[in-house]
Every structure is written in C-alpha cells, then in structure tokens.
Design a protein around this ligand. Structure first.
Ligand SMILES: [Zn+2]
Length: 103
C-alpha cells in the first residue's frame, strides 16, 4: 500500500508535517471510491484538515428542550370540586323499645 496522500480531500490543502495543517488533521478512513462517490474535490487525499473537519461536522447541537408538562390544571381541580350528595332526610324513626330480658 502506498504512503498516505497527505492532502485534505476537501480543499486540497497539504497537511504534511510542517505545512501548518499537520496538527488537527483527521485521517479519512473511507476508501478512494467512497470519496469519489461522496463528491470530494480531492478524493486522492487521505486526510481532512482541521478546518474542513470542523466545517463538515455540523456542530449544531441545538437541543430544543421543551419542558411542557401538562399536569395540574385549574380545570382539573375544579372538576374534583365537592360533589357530596347530601343525604339528609332519614325520616325513618324506628324506636326500638328494648326490654332487657333478664334470666
Ligand atoms: Zn481542508
């Protein structure tokens, strides 16, 4: 296998040691065919420079946190409002004359 082409396959910039882009370069592990299929401008390059790497990897981690908890609403509280059926009239006065039976 030939030595890796120390070129960024995005911008064609040289990333060899001393080029200024040696630090931060990322080796592209994709095969040449994949780079061509991926429409890389410089598919022969075996690396991606730091600039293109940060540009490609979309660093937009926008975590939209929607804390939308529908818990206790006033309507629910009113629904539980006092529905006590008032049973008041017990007009059944039964008087038990208890005669204590002694034996
Ligand atoms: Zn680049």
């Amino acid at each position: 296998m030939a030595s890796p082409v120390e070129v960024c396959n995005h911008c064609g910039r040289k990333v060899h040691f001393g080029s200024g882009w040696f630090v931060g370069r990322v080796p592209d592990c994709n095969p040449l065919e994949a780079r061509i299929a991926d429409d890389r401008p410089y598919p022969e390059g075996d690396f991606v420079c730091a600039e293109c790497d940060s540009r490609n990897g979309d660093g937009e981690y926008a975590d939209d946190w929607d804390g939308n908890d529908a818990g206790l609403t006033l309507e629910n509280l009113l629904r539980v409002a006092h529905q006590v059926p008032h049973d008041s009239h017990h007009s059944n006065s039964d008087l038990l004359g208890s005669t204590g039976g002694r034996s």
